[in-house]
Design a protein around this ligand. Sequence first.
Ligand code: NAP
Length: 312
Amino acid sequence: MTGAPLFERMALIGIGLIGSSIAQTARQRGLVKEIAISTRSPATLQRAEELELGDFYSVDAAQAVDGADLVILCVPVGANEAVAKWISPVLKTGAILTDVGSTKQSVVDQVSPHVPKGVHFIPGHPIAGTEQSGPDAGFPTLFDQRWCILTPPAGTDQTALEKLSAFWQECGSNVDLMDPKHHDLVLAIVSHLPHLIAYNIVGTADDLETVTKSQVIKYSASGFRDFTRLAASDPTMWRDVCLNNKEAILEMLSRFSEDLSAMQRAIRWGDGDTLFDLFTRTRGIRRSIIEAGQETDVPDFGRHVADTRQDD
Ligand code: NAP
């Protein structure tokens, strides 16, 4: 970015994959003057310091937030409420408070009551990630050509919204605005359900008695391997996603189960036309994703070569 930084002091609470990526992007592109980092464990904080991700480090979130004009909560969604309570007394008037959580209505419900008057709370979700976690996993191009969804509450200050949107655009993302409940429904199908299916299929394979684990691994390139990447995602994050987007996930799971039963019936009755029609329709969806620039068409989806990103 050329010109003055957008923010004077950015406080990142939580410095895992997402916090670390934000720190590196903001530093590299000159988006903020100073970066203050807080995380709960001294070991993670020390690692962030070794990686030189910030300018100020503390296990005390309130100390990091003190004087910040941009505060980004980068912790698992189940931890947002406790962090919000902790930092609430020191949030500066006029500051923007946002988050990166994978669910949005729960964040609104849990954080809003602790936001002081004069602080602009605008929840957010960058649709970018990998199955890795921790500060070492972050990288400065994670958000390039991805979407960032913001869910501004009614009456949000327009200038604050524009400033936060500009921040994410400078991080490389396109910004979309959405209602939090709608966000949760959309993400339930595009992200949460695929992860749950992956966790389930890998769990099922692991439980098999007649097929050995070594055979599963040896022949994994036939499809199983792609599920294992999703199923390697952080257990804390995904436990919290399930607990905090319960309704939408249950709705999508029940639709999925119905469609699975229909597929089961088609296989049982040898209904090849139904199967062929479905497989043709779904192939088209993959083509649209590639055309939208949200995936690459090279073998292994290019992941082993250069791009380890996935949409969260
Ligand atoms: P991560 O790499 O596991 O890092 C999590 C950070 O939160 C660490 O600094 C950790 O601190 C801290 N933390 C964990 N539990 C906490 C608790 N109970 N109280 C306070 N701090 C806690 O996670 P991440 O992948 O960056 O995810 C962070 C957020 O981004 C989540 O809300 C997730 O839903 C969202 N998100 C993730 C992805 C993705 O693909 N990973 C994509 C988009 C959005 P210590 O290490 O010090 O314990």
